[in-house]
Design a protein around this ligand. Structure first.
Ligand SMILES: O=C(O)CCC(=O)C(=O)O
Length: 189
């Protein structure tokens, strides 16, 4: 946001009770008869306070149960490890039989509304109208793992696949180090 829309940086107020600065991302999308801006099914490594400012968005959420049932890229040649190959609006269950379509939650987020998206929670976002949103991403802290045991089990479920994905890259040692640095930065911060 600082880079693209410096004029509105002063309008963003960081909640003091959260006691740290988030990474802020500005989203602008639109929708018409033939096209809707869409962010494919994926998860992030952060707590996300997602704020809808203008227009509406349809958000699909899935619990982080079994990582492989979302059919992410298992090696670098297939793409990113935190993005699913499944279109959750029209899942091809012959190609992706384990996809947990029954666990889908749907939210229609309207201006002035805020949705908390927990770390590692799969989500898919589609513009319903021309819209603006802002996400506040907060890194995971060690207390989070103690309070939310599920988060630790999700991380352990993903870790071997993340390592395998990293090994498949040309610069595998660097990628593996990046993964562990990311985990420990969150845990130790
Ligand atoms: O608004 C969007 O299109 C995507 C938002 C998103 O995926 C996120 O904040 O993590």
């Amino acid at each position: 946001m600082e880079e693209w829309f410096p004029e509105i940086v002063g309008d963003v107020i960081y909640p003091a009770y959260l006691n740290r600065k988030p990474l802020v991302t500005f989203w602008h999308g639109f929708s018409n008869k033939s096209f809707s801006s869409t962010t494919p099914l994926h998860f992030d490594a952060f707590h996300n306070i997602f704020i809808q400012i203008r227009g509406r968005k349809k958000i699909l959420l899935f619990p982080p149960s079994n990582y492989l049932s979302f059919y992410p890229a298992v090696d670098v040649s297939q793409g990113l490890q935190d993005f699913s190959k499944v279109d959750p609006n029209l899942p091809n269950l012959e190609l992706f039989p384990k996809f947990p379509w029954q666990e889908r939650m749907e939210v229609l987020l309207k201006p002035g509304e805020i949705l908390y998206i927990p770390p590692k929670r799969w989500h898919h976002v589609t513009a319903v109208d021309e819209n603006i949103s802002v996400s506040f991403w907060y890194s995971i802290k060690n207390q989070d793992f103690i309070k939310q045991k599920k988060l630790l089990s999700v991380l352990l479920n993903i870790a071997p696949h993340a390592v395998r994905h990293a090994i498949s890259s040309r610069n595998s040692l660097n990628e593996i180090m990046k993964f562990f640095k990311g985990v420990f930065k969150g845990v130790l911060s």
